[in-house]
Design a protein around this ligand. Structure first.
Ligand code: PDD
Length: 286
């Protein structure tokens, strides 16, 4: 695999960073996960804007000018033989605070570390979309940084990882995290939606969640399909009484959810509006 590291493409063996990198020491950094459909990088500019917004929010200057990213992303795909008829690409950009003495002061780090990785995108198995997945509501709460500034897609994922551990222990697909007030926020790497009596509900960004790019597209598509949308604060009980539920993110698109905490959602099969929204997404994504 060819990896872009700071200023050049290197092989996987040579893609090494220092143990003094504050991304490693403190999770001090930001990232983006982007995908391609064939050669086309989906919502590229939205992801790049979010990357720069995240970096601004933590006072990190991205050393790559915005105009350089498209070329670098396409070179990462080309060098790894991705982004063609056979293989969609999964692209990950990480920008960390960089290498510096131990200590929290960002000024200890002179230059941010930049990494671009490109690998084949493996979407979840078709069977999961047909049957739907199960979730638990995690005991671990969504951590606050994202609540203070929901635009920060930070490399500090410990709460999400602890929630994922809860999902793994419960042998389910994923976990939902509540915020400090006990309201729904999102999945460990996805946003959550539910449908009750023909209306589409999703926690508002103020609940402390990442404002997902797929989430924004879904809200827009619901409008196109004349499905009424309600963003707000919702309790786990409201979700448990819903007719349908689904998760969204860049690599999964729309994943139907059929049970939460062992309780069936709707008829325990992917619901009609979930299917309609996903179909509309597929028909309009390229
Ligand atoms: N995660 N919420 C969280 C906490 C996420 O990490 C993500 C994305 C989303 C959905 O965002 P988007 O629709 O822009 O992908 C919501 C990516 C997939 C990841 O961490 O790899």
């Amino acid at each position: 695999m060819w990896i872009f590291l700071n200023d050049r493409f290197v092989t996987e063996q040579d893609a090494k960073i220092s143990v003094f990198d504050h991304g490693f020491l403190y999770g001090d950094g930001v990232y983006e996960t982007i995908r391609s459909y064939g050669a086309r990088i989906f919502m590229r500019d939205h992801h790049l804007s979010r990357l720069h917004r995240s970096a601004d929010a933590i006072g990190l200057t991205v050393p790559i000018p915005p105009s350089e990213w498209p070329r670098l992303l396409h070179e990462a795909m080309d060098r790894n033989q991705l982004g063609n008829d056979q293989t969609d690409a999964y692209l990950r950009i990480t920008v960390s605070r960089g290498v510096g003495e131990i200590g929290l002061d960002p000024a200890l780090c002179q230059t941010p570390t930049v990494v671009i990785m490109a690998k084949p995108l493996h979407p979840p198995a078709a069977e999961l979309y047909q049957r739907g997945v199960s979730l638990v509501i995690a005991q671990t709460r969504r951590n606050l940084p994202s609540a203070l500034s929901p635009q920060i897609k930070a490399t500090n994922f410990l709460n999400n990882i602890l929630a994922k551990r809860e999902a793994i222990a419960a042998r389910v697909f994923d976990a939902l995290l509540l915020n400090w007030e006990g309201h729904l926020t999102e999945g460990t790497v996805s946003n959550v939606f539910f449908i009750s009596q023909g209306r589409l509900y999703t926690p508002s960004v103020e609940c402390g969640l990442l404002d997902g790019i797929t989430r924004t597209i879904l809200l827009q598509m619901a409008g196109e399909l004349k499905i009424p949308v309600h963003e707000g604060r919702f309790t786990p009980e409201e979700l448990l009484h819903a007719d349908e539920c689904f998760l969204t993110n860049t690599s999964m698109e729309v994943m139907p959810v059929v049970s939460v905490n062992g309780q069936s959602i709707g008829h325990s099969t992917p619901g009609p509006l979930t299917r309609q929204l996903h179909r509309h997404f597929i028909d309009n994504r390229s």
